[in-house]
Design a binder for this molecule. Structure first.
Ligand code: SF4
Length: 703
């Protein structure tokens, strides 16, 4: 009889597909976890091949310290490596103050790690300079969610509601490539007679399946939403009862929308008026409908306002606060949701509490056993923190991120990293950023440790350990424990994930993201528990017994999480992107992902099957543009922005607008798309404008 499989979750995207892992010769093999409700056994190629990184020849299996004599990273013992990191963090702090030490986390870290990292920064290092790469993921949607509904959970309803609604507008999202098992929800929507509208400057694999594809200019999604709302007003399709009974602020939002008449919106977006009318007919013609956004509208310097415009459309038509309707965000990173709830974000404390809220500070400080006055103030956002490296931030501890590839204006950020006095990186492979470190600490991977993640639905999940890590590798929790001990905190940083989770539950109790009623036992028994889930068992054992809160799959059914219980319209107006095409840089560049790679590619580029399928970057451009520029398919193309130049082969395709080129961002080197991207920040979310900048394109031999 074969060994039973251990049910766990994929290490990559926010769908957090369930999979079984069975120990096999030399590692683990993937078997189907058919019952897990989110993906019903389906996996994409990334998830199916994820175990290959566990046994990869190139994974790190021992600490590395940069030699003072050779300048190279050389093998070292754990005690020496941790001593070195602690000593250099202390030195930076002693010389320049606590904010001279920065901490940069990741949206792939488990809830336990995100929590421990935030606590380590604020309690041990006492630095305000902590943020994480999730800022580059969903922060605009989170900010818009907060200001409209008073609470941010990516999807305020479960995925299973999608096939049962009548119409979905999917804005700047391509699940057919980014999270393929999620596509079945949209396929079933259409099989049930529902309509799918996709908004994307590219005719993606997802757009090909839509009933209607709107193909706006990059950076004009806000105007598009206002144009749709204008038509809703003009055609008398408002839900006046919902507006009066459950919202505030409509009059100002209405004024903003009616100033965007359809012909103006067509001029701004390039989307013909008849298509705007068709979209409104589909959206309002269905009894229930949803708007789902992803990075397209969010990664803009007006990302928060753009998402607000789409939320306004939902509110004006009564598509919120009731079953089968609403606004949601399809989060990207594996723990993009949980990663922002537990304290590694510059302005957040565990439980999704605000760091500048005195009551929140007092509660969390009480759990941590420190004085609330000693907790630092909110610090810089991710790009601003990276931009400060080598300036007033002298030393950096980085965990679960690869900004050399993934940060905007990446050549500049690489220079900033190089100018640090000291860099320590925890990673599983020698990523491009780890290769620049003074100390590299090799850490365990997903299947080698237990921990929780929170998927895009707000469903808290248990990733179970299925295999022992190689000798010489430690978990991130071990690293934080070891560093904290060296910095005078013998207690407070346990290495057992369940012990960390129990403390996280207490820290989150009473907060917006309340996990206090969730236990490992419940997650295992219930295939995940949706937060908020307060401990309602009144002393009967932390939510495990009778009277336990059931969790909250659907939010806002009775009231929104604002003080008056009403959703808030936010009046927003179209404005141009920070950089629009001009005589010198006449085209738009937009960036994104491909089917076989995940984020900076640090893991997936090391899987031979995935690498063979997509070995490098490309520049997608329309045949008319290619003709105009004299570029042949496959020919090296130079793309130049005000921040630098990238070179990659041309991929000529009718699937993109003729005024726009697209590059995937998974690679370093001369084809690094983020060399080009614009770090112009959204004023509210501090999201950089990854999705639109102005570029010049030419055959590489001509430049
Ligand atoms: Fe599922 Fe995402 Fe993993 Fe693919 S990468 S298997 S879609 S969780």
């Amino acid at each position: 009889m074969s060994t039973p499989a251990i049910d766990t979750h994929c290490p990559y995207c926010a769908l957090q597909c369930g999979m079984g892992l069975r120990p096999s010769e030399g590692g683990v093999e993937v078997v189907e976890w058919a019952d897990f409700p989110v993906n019903r056994g389906a996996l994409c190629g990334k998830g199916r091949t994820a175990p290959e990184v566990l046994s990869s020849r190139v994974r790190l299996t021992g600490p590395l310290i940069r030699s003072r004599t050779t300048g190279r990273l050389e093998p070292a013992g754990w005690e020496e490596a941790l001593d070195r990191v602690a000593e250099r963090l202390v030195r930076a702090r002693a010389g320049h103050g606590p904010d001279a030490v920065g901490v940069f986390g990741g949206g792939g870290l488990t809830n336990e790690k995100a929590y421990a990292l935030g606590k380590f920064a604020r309690v041990v290092l006492r630095t305000s300079q902590i943020d994480y790469n999730g800022r580059f993921c969903m922060s605009s949607a989170a900010a818009a969610h907060q200001r409209a509904f008073g609470l941010d959970r990516g999807l305020p309803f479960p995925l299973e509601d999608i096939p049962r609604t009548g119409c979905v507008i999917l804005v700047g999202s391509n699940p057919a490539e980014t999270m393929p098992p999620a596509l079945r929800y949209f396929t079933r929507l259409r099989e049930n007679g529902g309509k799918l509208i996709v908004v994307d400057p590219r005719r993606t694999r997802t757009a090909e399946q839509a009933d209607l594809h709107l193909q706006p200019r990059p950076g004009t999604d806000l105007a598009l939403a206002l144009g749709l709302l204008h038509l809703v007003v003009a055609d008398g399709l408002l839900d006046e009862g919902f507006i009066a009974g459950r919202t505030t602020g409509w009059e100002n939002a209405r004024s903003a929308a009616i100033s965007h008449w359809p012909e103006l919106v067509e001029r701004i977006t390039g989307v013909p008026v008849p298509q705007l009318r068709e979209a409104v007919a589909m959206f309002c013609g269905a009894p229930d409908s949803m708007v789902l956004t992803a990075r397209g509208p969010e990664q803009q310097s007006k990302g928060t306002d753009t998402v607000s415009a789409w939320i306004n459309l939902c509110l004006a038509t009564g598509r919120a606060g009731r079953p089968l309707s609403g606004y949601g965000c399809l989060t990207g990173q594996g723990n993009g949701q949980g990663g922002r709830e537990h304290g590694q974000k510059a302005d957040q404390l565990p439980g999704y509490r605000k760091l500048d809220d005195p009551a929140a500070r007092a509660h969390v400080a009480g759990v941590w056993g420190v004085d609330a006055d000693d907790l630092p103030a909110p610090g810089r956002s991710a790009y601003e923190l990276l931009d400060a490296l080598g300036g007033d931030v002298k030393a950096l501890l980085l965990m679960g991120s690869n900004p050399v590839v993934s940060a905007p204006r990446a050549a500049h950020i690489t220079e900033r990293i190089a100018s640090l006095d000291f860099l320590a990186v925890c990673d599983v492979v020698l990523s491009e950023t780890a290769a620049m470190a003074d100390v590299v600490l090799p850490v365990t991977q997903w299947a080698e440790e237990t921990g929780t993640t929170t998927n895009l639905e707000g469903r808290v999940l248990l990733r179970r350990k299925a295999i022992d890590p190689p000798p010489g590798v430690r978990s991130d929790l071990d690293v934080l424990h070891g560093l904290a001990a060296r910095l005078g905190w013998e207690k407070g940083f346990p290495t057992d994930p369940e012990e960390v989770f129990d403390e996280l539950r207490r820290a989150s109790a009473g907060g917006p993201a309340d996990y206090s009623g969730i236990t490992y036992e419940r997650i295992a028994a219930e295939d995940g528990v949706f937060w908020p889930c307060p401990d309602a068992s009144a002393g009967a054992g932390a939510g495990a017994g009778a009277g336990a809160h059931p969790g909250t799959p659907r939010l806002f059914l009775d009231r929104f999480a604002t003080p008056d219980g009403r959703a808030r319209f936010i009046p927003v107006l179209h404005r141009p992107s920070a950089e629009e095409p001009d005589a010198d840089y006449p085209l738009y560049l937009t960036t994104g992902r491909v089917l076989t790679h995940y984020q900076s590619g640090a893991q997936t580029r090391r899987v031979p099957e995935l690498n063979a399928a997509a070995p490098g970057p490309y520049v997608q451009l329309h045949p008319r543009l290619a003709d105009l520029l004299g570029i042949a398919d496959g020919e090296p193309v130079a793309v130049t922005s005000r921040r630098g130049r990238a070179v990659a082969p041309a991929l000529i395709s009718r699937a993109i607008r003729a005024d726009t080129v697209f590059m995937p961002f998974h690679w370093a080197g001369e084809g690094r798309a983020n060399t080009l991207t614009n770090p112009a920040l959204d004023p509210t979310s501090r999201m950089p404008e990854f999705k639109v900048c102005a570029v010049r394109v030419e055959a590489a031999g001509h430049s």
